[in-house]
Write a protein that binds this ligand. Structure first.
Ligand SMILES: [Zn+2]
Length: 482
């Protein structure tokens, strides 16, 4: 390559199968405010505009968490997304929740996509061979680009075993230097772009340990990076979640390196004209579900928002449901990051599936005080570990019925100062009844008399909504950072 060349990189990440316009949360002054954003048809319009401006010199990448997160996605094991994704002109993806359908089903979806799935860190358990291509080489605008993928590495560590049947995941770090070297020396690429689903803190550590990456397209932790972050010479961007944002990075390349760049985090605003062809594909995908999912099932007085670390109003609604449905003393669920907010007013069945698209059974277990403390210390370490590679959770575990006073900055196993159940301090040897959803709520290793009840969580939430008009789900100071 000779002379200066321009390339526009577009990032989409963590869309979580939000097909169409939905509510999104924004911080404004002392509160959260909400407005509609997103949808693949609006994304398509914006990408087409950029493509035209850039004379087609664009690299468009998907960071994963794409084909899971809403009811039509789950009901079709991600298939409903495929025609839509294939219409967007993507160059490559990596993955995380895609594995929720099991690796075999995900591989069918990969075969249906018109762009590759990249991961240098997913191995077959029997052959120890890579399941996906680690990288591809693209030539755009006369620039040779080595595009490398790293999938989420927590799938076989903190998620249900079916997600990693027959495969295992590494961090992907040790695999990088030989790939980077080969791309630079043998393939003579000008630019190395990493599509990673490790998460922003994890990628920052990785970039400080591995040299030679020019651009890191970060995903998983739902960061809205309004400005790129520099790590050595690597430019890092991440672009929110739910398809409410796209990242745009314009780079000027000369002599095998970036000599200048501009970045914008683009909000996919409701006012954007949807691309009619993609909009039609979305209508077709949603048609079988439209009537059922638009049913109004209740009303909320509280804005149900999941985008807060220590506790969330959306999960308090879920946990209130668990307590009322079971009569348990305590309720637990995982601190999932995905789930677009629900504004005060009517709640539809679609909203309930957005909260918990898997619709798992309501489960019960008896836990000792000691187990509860161990479970929460483990969770706080996975959320706030000072080693980013040990951060394997989402937000803090969602709990109701207890109050935890803790020190975020303390070492592993020593964060919790006090736990109260009601007014009484937790008793290590006493058993407490707990309701939960999914093994991520209360791991298999904890408790006795574990059982799945016949009721599923969506039915339980509908009953709760019928009994409380409107519902309130304010913060309870469940976790207080002291
Ligand atoms: Zn993720």
């Amino acid at each position: 390559m000779t002379g200066k060349r321009l390339l526009t990189i577009i990032q989409m990440n963590d869309t979580h199968a939000y097909f169409d316009l939905h509510q999104e949360m924004f911080w404004q002054g002392d509160r959260a405010v909400y407005r509609a954003a997103g949808g693949y048809a609006r994304i398509s319009t914006i990408v087409k505009q950029i493509r035209a401006e850039s004379k087609g010199h664009i690299l468009f990448c998907d960071g994963g968490d794409t084909i899971h997160g809403t009811f039509p996605a789950i009901d079709t094991q991600g298939q409903a997304l495929i025609p839509i994704l294939n219409s967007l002109g993507l160059d490559a993806m990596t993955a995380h929740w895609e594995f929720a359908y099991g690796p075999k089903v995900f591989n069918q979806r990969v075969a249906e996509l018109n762009y590759p799935m990249l991961a240098n860190n997913v191995y077959d358990k029997v052959t120890n061979k890579l399941v996906y291509q680690s990288y591809i080489i693209k030539e755009i605008s006369g620039i040779r680009i080595g595009l490398v993928g790293i999938a989420s590495n927590i799938i076989d560590k903190t998620m249900p075993p079916s997600y990693s049947e027959g495969i295992y995941f590494t961090l992907g770090k040790d695999e990088l230097p030989p790939i980077i070297n080969m791309l630079r020396v043998q393939e003579k690429v000008d630019l190395i772009v990493l599509i990673s689903h490790l998460g922003f803190p994890q990628e920052m550590k990785l970039l400080s340990e591995v040299q030679g990456i020019d651009v890191c397209l970060s995903s998983h932790t739902h960061n809205r990076l309004y400005k790129p972050v520099l790590n050595g010479k690597a430019i890092v961007i991440q672009s929110g979640c739910h398809g409410s944002f796209l990242g745009r990075l314009d780079v000027e390349v000369e002599g095998g390196q970036i000599v200048d760049y501009r970045h914008r985090l683009i909000e996919v605003e409701a006012g954007t004209q949807p691309d009619p062809a993609v909009d039609e594909l979305i209508r077709q995908a949603l048609a079988p579900y439209k009537n059922e999912l638009s049913e109004v099932v209740g009303e909320t007085a509280t804005a149900l928002n999941r985008g807060t670390t220590l506790e969330s109003t959306m999960d308090n609604f879920l946990l209130q449901t668990l307590l009322e449905s079971t009569g348990a003393q305590l309720a637990f669920s995982n601190g999932w990051r995905y789930g677009a907010p629900i504004v005060p007013g009517q709640i539809t069945l679609n909203d309930l599936y957005n909260i918990i698209p898997m619709n798992p059974p309501v489960s019960m277990v008896e836990l000792t005080g000691e187990e509860i403390m161990a479970m929460l210390e483990e969770n706080l370490e996975r959320t706030f570990s000072c080693d980013p590679y040990q951060q394997m959770g989402g937000y803090v575990k969602r709990c109701l019925g207890l109050n935890v006073y803790f020190k975020i900055e303390n070492p592993q196993g020593h964060r919790i100062q006090k736990i109260f159940i009601g007014n009484e301090e937790i008793q290590p040897n006493r058993y407490y009844t707990a309701a939960f959803v999914t093994p991520q709520g209360v791991h298999q290793k904890y408790g006795r008399n574990r059982e799945n009840r016949s009721e599923r969580i969506i039915d339980a939430m509908q009953k709760y909504l019928a009994a409380h008009h409107p519902i309130h789900a304010e913060f309870r100071d469940t976790f207080v950072a002291v």
